[in-house]
Design a protein around this ligand. Sequence first.
Ligand code: ADP
Ligand code: MG
Ligand code: ZN
Length: 489
Amino acid sequence: MEYETVIGLEVHVQLQTQSKMFCSCRADYQSAPVNSRVCPVCLGLPGALPVINRRAVEYTIMTGLALNCCIPQLTKFDRKNYPYPDLMKGYQISQYDLPIAVDGHLDIECDGGPKSVGVRRVHLEEDVAKMQHFPADGGGYSLVDVNRSGVPLMEVVSEPDMRSAEEARAYLMNLHSMLQYLGVTTGNMQDGSFRCDANISIRPKGSDEFGTRTEIKNMNSLRSVFQALNFEAERQRRVVEAGDRVVQETRGWVEERAVTVSQRSKEEAHDYRYFPEPDLPPLDIAPDWVEEIRTLLPELAPQRCARYREDYGLSEYDARLLTSTKAMADYFERAVALRPASEAFAKQASNWMLGDLSGLLNQENRDIADSPVSPEHLVELIGLVDNGAISTTMAKTVLEEAYASGDSPSRIVEQRGYTQISDTSSVEPSVIEALDANPRAVADYLSGKESAAKFLVGQVMKLTRGQAKPELANQLVTDALERRRDEAP
Ligand code: ADP
Ligand code: MG
Ligand code: ZN
């Protein structure tokens, strides 16, 4: 039997607002000393009243619009009740039946081609406190840091439209990138600013009914989500093939062992005893406000991609890669702004960024936003090649050194004496040396094997530490070989 995987994702996004969701404590809790960003409201003290953060609502509307959602005029907050010590009030203020945004979609591109993934809703809630557990024999204890309590949290819930871990990854990457273009979150997955719970079920291929799903939590990287989904699809397949039923439950991803384990049976909505939050008024979202926010939407990846193709003549493939993250696109923009607009220059900047620079960054898993080679330095490097000071081969070495040291390319070239040798008399001795050291290659050439000349040019480049101007080395090697042909008996 062939099975199809069905995936729906719930993504929680911390919003980058100045203050928390319902109080005036600062929201940048990460850098603050433990339990210092607190007040009666986010500590849940009796009698303290919440006030809605307007900017958080605006960011959620903005996200909803970018995800092609409708923004209903009426929205309200609800209490979600559950007992856990990370909840100061014993309930979380969230949204239940009237979320801020509904019925959108996000387009993704995967092996199977383009696809539209439905977005069921985008709603707003508050984050909870952070617990740290210290287990010990005979008890142990837990500590609570309330700084995170009340930080604005936006939840984006997809339809169960994804059919593979690859599609889920593409969806998350697109959503993550979009949120950064919108500027509503830092999007850092390690520190929990962007976290994903994944719902997954399987069904016989061709069936149009959904199977029983499990919900996976505790994944703190894109890679973990991908691995967890593949693991869980396989686990469910084994359960079904053994004649058992998949149990609806919440499972936790255990990074070290690369498995999911049962945490608890899935709670139902009625377990939470949702009811309208009596301390907050329902919100009447004026259509004019929504339209105003729509006009404020920044340029997103698809538009930037189109602009790069139009303005710089870049290929669709390159333009897409350059706009895949905002940090990458911003780097490119800064680089091209440093020179008079020209397609040739933009193409070079793009090639360096997508090629050698990305290679260096990927090795260290480093984001281009923290690249040790600034756009200014990259442009300088391109200039050195353009004016003939160094060859392209040498430029690669200079880039590596600039990456390692943070020094400017022209400084590196100057200090290391990396200049291109373009006068014959300096290169000629290396040509003679290369020919003398490789009589075999010379003989090959003379017997008609022209590719032997290429090898000899390579030797000359080596002998000159890459400094000979390649065209010159080529010319001199050919001349020398032809002279030997004439001299041959
Ligand atoms: P809850 O609020 O209990 O988490 P929802 O019905 O709101 O449940 O769905 C939560 C997420 O689960 C959504 O992203 C949805 O797409 C996904 N989902 C629902 N049913 C399935 C299923 N059978 N298989 C996979 N995902 C599902
Ligand atoms: Mg859920
Ligand atoms: Zn507070």
